[in-house]
Design a protein. Structure first.
Length: 624
């Protein structure tokens, strides 16, 4: 400290000053500015909500157009199916009109006109090919030469194309930023609309399959498809029925209360029973019974389409309400922000006269301290009490820093045998550095020990490969990755052929050398993303993610070749190494690591049964 003069501050001088807290209570500058910021953010959020709601309303209109296109096609499908089935039963169109009281020829012509006028169907590039197929099929329907299967398949492809457009539009909206800005009510109504779409798609399949099962002998695949369509219909209904908006609820109630809908649901239930029991189709060769059972189909389908349109109307109404509410919120919050800004300007002016000067001096002194200048005059203690107290504390801190600097300079200029690691003077500094040194050494030792323990816990001590436990964990990760990437997880079980003979003939050291060579072969042939592990004894495991079974087969054969090429010299003699490999790969998303390991183990037994020194799949997977 010699040669340096430090100003000593006076204490207690600022105790009579007016406090900053009192000034802030009077003018509320800080809270006001914070409120302005919050309001600005909320205005931005509200505007985003309005934009999202406006976009949603437009998307709903597009989805309704898709529903209308689908309904138009469904009407053509229904009328075409009736005429086709009638032709297969040997009934003329005029006879159908006599039986059912409906001119299906006229109805078909009218429904075709609606389909041909539909802009989505006849102008969408994605539907051009299937629409052309429908146009080519119509003359065959008219002259009675088309089969029901052809009609159902051709019109079904066009219906599936419309459904794909709907799915793409919904997916694009769900992935957009605008969707994330929707209100929870709008997102809920959007989910309800998606479930009604699923219900409508399943209902079309139910109707078509019911026709097949009740009019002609149905295949087991058609019966299974009917059960699946029924299950998807019920799942979709359960998902939306309790969450429908007011329009959707009324539409669903009309569907539920209409005896015609109930009658056609009974027809579908009858088809389900016939399919489950394997009974003969009750309407085969009986057009009158067929007409009575399917008379309610158009009304049933119209009600279900009405549910989808009503759900869309509820969503549109919600989006309009959200947009209006968001706009009101924007206007209200802008007004609040303007008022708070005016208040802020006034209060800032008031505070400037009492706070700005002392604060500026304190900031200037702080910057000088930051630059290493500690020989500063004591700060003036004028200003609000809090700033005066801060200036007083700053003056004391300056004196303290000057003392620290002085001691630091002395240590630099004349270490005097002091350990170079002591960066701070005094016993406290020395104790701190000693503690840090011990802590650092302890951390390094602990980290080294942790690494060693982890290596011992997860790796085989002889080959350096992963052990069984670590391999199983890696396989679990591979399965999860395979599901995410829609790929396959594979497992190879490798068994060293003749290792017991090597042990018995040359000793266990020779057997260990053989195992090390096999491990080296696995490292050389597997990919960086694969897991290679020693199961125990003479068994090894390789796991990874592949695109197809050919990759698994190629890897197994490379490993076989690499093991056979390994150079095992014992007592001057080269001993041949061979291995048998069992292969397994997932085929479904619900495959488990246990199932995959069992399949690989079974495949290994197959490889050994086939003569060893080869790769094999499990018997049940031979047809891969």
């Amino acid at each position: 400290m010699e040669g340096r003069q430090c100003a000593t501050p006076r204490r207690g001088v600022a105790s009579h000053r007016v406090g900053v807290r009192a000034l802030l209570v009077l003018v509320a500058l800080g809270p006001t500015l914070a409120m302005v910021a919050v309001v600005a953010l909320s205005v931005r959020s509200a505007w985003a909500d309005r934009t999202a709601a406006d976009r949603l309303e437009g998307e709903v209109a597009n989805l309704v157009a898709i529903v209308d296109s689908r309904r138009a096609l469904a009407n053509e499908t229904l009328n075409s199916s009736v005429l086709t089935v009638a032709a297969e039963l040997g009934l003329r169109p005029d006879r159908i009109e006599e039986l059912y009281g409906v001119d299906y020829v006229a109805e078909l012509a009218a429904s075709r006109t609606v389909v041909d006028d539909d802009l989505l169907i006849n102008r969408s590039p994605a539907l051009a090919s299937t629409y052309a197929d429908v146009l080519a099929l119509r003359p065959q329907i008219d002259d009675g030469t088309a089969s029901f299967d052809t009609v159902d398949r051709t019109l079904g492809r066009l219906r599936a194309g419309i459904d794909d457009l709907r799915t793409t539009q919904i997916d694009d909206l769900e992935e957009s930023r605008a969707f994330r800005d929707l209100s929870s009510a709008a997102r809920g109504d959007f989910e309800v609309l998606g479930n009604t779409f699923s219900m409508l798609a399943a209902s079309d399949q139910r109707a078509g399959l019911t026709n097949k099962v009740l009019t002609e002998p149905a295949s087991s695949q058609q019966v299974a498809a009917l059960f699946d369509a029924n299950a998807r219909f019920e799942t979709a209904v359960d998902a939306f029925v309790d969450d429908l908006g007011p329009r959707g609820t009324r539409a669903w109630q009309r569907f539920s209360d209409d005896p015609t809908s109930e009658s056609f649901e009974a027809t579908i239930a009858q088809a389900t029973e016939v399919g489950a029991s394997g009974a003969a189709p009750p309407f085969e060769g009986d057009p009158a019974a067929f007409g009575d059972a399917f008379a309610g189909g158009p009304t049933w389908a119209t009600h279900l389409t009405g549910v989808v349109r009503a759900a869309a109307a509820d969503l549109a109404a919600q989006s309009r309400a959200d947009a209006a509410g968001a706009m009101r919120s924007v206007l209200t919050r802008c007004a609040i922000a303007l008022a708070l800004t005016i208040v802020s300007l006034g209060t800032a002016t008031l505070l400037a006269s009492t706070i700005q000067g002392p604060a500026r001096r304190l900031g200037l002194a702080a910057r000088q301290i930051r630059d290493g200048r500690f020989d500063l005059p004591a700060l003036d203690l004028r200003g609000p009490r809090e700033l005066a107290d801060a200036a007083e504390a700053f003056n004391e801190m300056t004196v303290t820093l000057a003392a620290v600097e002085s001691n630091a300079v002395m240590l630099v200029e004349d270490p005097g045998g002091v350990d170079e690691s002591d960066a701070l003077p005094g016993r406290t500094g020395q104790a701190l550095h000693a503690a840090l040194d011990r802590l650092r050494a302890s951390i390094v030792a602990s980290e080294e020990q942790r690494v060693q323990l982890q290596q011992m816990a997860t790796h085989d001590s002889l080959t350096g490969l992963l052990n069984r436990g670590a391999a199983i964990d890696a396989l679990g990760r591979d399965l999860a990755r395979a599901r995410r990437e829609h790929r396959s997880a594979m497992v190879l079980f490798i068994d060293v052929d003749g290792l017991k003979t090597i042990n018995d003939t040359y000793g266990h050291a020779a057997g260990d050398a053989a195992l090390v060579l096999v491990a080296d072969a696995l490292r050389a042939t597997t990919r960086g993303s694969d897991t290679a592990a020693r199961q125990g004894g003479d068994e090894f495991l390789v796991a990874g993610v592949v695109d197809n079974d050919l990759e698994v087969q190629a890897l197994g054969e490379r490993i076989c070749s690499a093991v056979a090429a390994a150079d095992l010299n014992l007592d001057g003699h080269r001993v041949a190494l061979h291995c048998s490999i069992g292969m397994a790969a997932t085929s479904t998303d619900d495959s488990s690591d246990d199932a995959l390991i069992r399949e690989a183990d079974a495949a290994l037994y197959e490889a050994k049964a086939l003569g060893r020194d080869q790769v094999a799949w499990a018997p049940v997977a031979t047809a891969r």
